[in-house]
Design a binder for this molecule. Structure first.
Ligand SMILES: Cc1cc2nc3c(=O)[nH]c(=O)nc-3n(C[C@H](O)[C@H](O)[C@H](O)COP(=O)(O)O)c2cc1C
Length: 337
């Protein structure tokens, strides 16, 4: 397996092929800084800061912390801002201006076409990844000149895709030569290596980082993630109009019957106030929820993932299938000689 090199804006300080995914009401400066200072790309949804002024103070704080670490000789991986590019998001223009001002190394667009931001971000040397959940959206985003695509596959926390990762990666690799990131169900170093073997470049992990010390999730939410199993996850479009994986116990606690939800088919950012409540009280996690066994620091979680990843790299050298395939090749050569 040969991994392709990543472009320069991403490699400085990056020690694992990992993006700690942006999560509404969960990711803040502490989580992003902890990710970057431990060698993974950290990402924050701009709308987690309740106003552009607050976003500016977050970006100032984040860049001060990361520059301080670099100044002291400690590596820090690049950071990303997640922008909702849906036409009803009135914050897009002011938030994009701040990304330009602070030269965000990576912008990850969500809930719409990335075209509106690509030239602006490229103008200062930043990269744009678009979050997509079908090959058709991936193709459209690729045509608008993005550097990477985040394939939101089935089982992802938050708004989820419906396609399995191997099928989605194979489909997109057939027409897109840029960076591919896989999202959905990843929690370990083995998983990062597996998505690379599929033809992707990086893995995205959200659910794994909800129950960290640095996340903004309420303590009861973190504990529910630790206590939940796959059977506690329900995939529904009843909350926001787009399919999302939610924790059943949080729906029950909010007085809803998870088995009798009313489907909603239209997603609209103008219902953002309602959606904010939907995400604050109706908690989300993906299929990997049962892999999260304790509330930990981000540093510990990333160190575990790094150890797994190193173990896979080491094991590949002595993989018994290497010998089997070499022997098979020799037998085939003899048979056809
Ligand atoms: C609580 C929660 C909130 C999320 N909010 C956002 C968001 O604001 N923007 C976004 O692009 N993706 C959001 N996501 C999706 C994640 O960025 C990512 O795609 C997903 O968590 C990956 O799947 P995993 O949870 O199985 O690791 C959210 C996910 C969760 C669990």
């Amino acid at each position: 397996m040969t991994n392709r090199p990543l472009p320069a804006p991403l490699t400085d300080g990056l020690q694992l092929p990992l993006i700690v995914a942006p999560m509404f009401l969960v990711s803040g400066v502490d989580l992003v800084a902890a990710a970057c200072l431990n060698g993974a790309i950290g990402a924050v949804p701009s709308l987690n800061a309740r106003s552009p002024d607050i976003l500016e103070s977050w970006l100032a704080d984040l860049t001060t912390r990361l520059d301080g670490a670099r100044g002291a000789g400690r590596p820090a991986a690049p950071w990303a801002v997640n922008l909702v590019v849906h036409s009803t998001n009135k914050r897009l223009a002011p938030d994009l201006d701040l990304c330009v001002k602070y030269r965000a190394p990576l912008i990850i667009t969500a809930l719409g076409g990335p075209k509106a931001v690509v030239d602006t971000v490229h103008s200062y040397g930043g990269l744009v990844f678009a979050d997509v959940n079908t090959p058709a959206y991936a193709r459209k985003a690729a045509e608008s000149g993005v550097d990477g695509l985040v394939l939101v596959c089935s089982g992802a926390g938050g708004h989820t895709g419906q396609m399995t990762a191997p099928a989605f990666v194979a489909s997109v690799r057939s027409f897109f030569d840029g960076i591919i990131v896989v999202a959905g169900g990843l929690t370990s170093g083995q998983h990062l290596r597996a998505v690379q073997a599929m033809g992707a470049d990086l893995g995205y992990m959200g659910t794994r980082f909800i129950a960290t010390d640095e996340s903004l999730a309420q303590p009861d939410y973190k504990q529910m993630v630790v206590d939940s199993q796959f059977s506690d996850i329900i995939c529904t479009n009843a909350i926001t109009g787009a399919y999302a994986n939610k924790l059943r116990p949080s729906l029950v606690a909010a007085g809803l019957d998870p088995d009798n939800l009313k489907a909603r088919s239209k997603f609209d950012m103008t219902t953002a106030a309602e959606d904010q409540k939907a995400w604050r009280d109706l908690w989300s996690a993906g299929h990997s929820v049962e892999q999260v066994k304790a509330i930990r620091s981000t540093a510990e979680a990333i160190a575990d993932i790094g150890r797994d990843y190193d173990a896979v790299l080491a094991a590949e050298m002595n993989d018994p299938w290497r010998r089997v395939r070499q022997a098979t090749g020799q037998v085939l050569k003899k048979a056809t000689a």
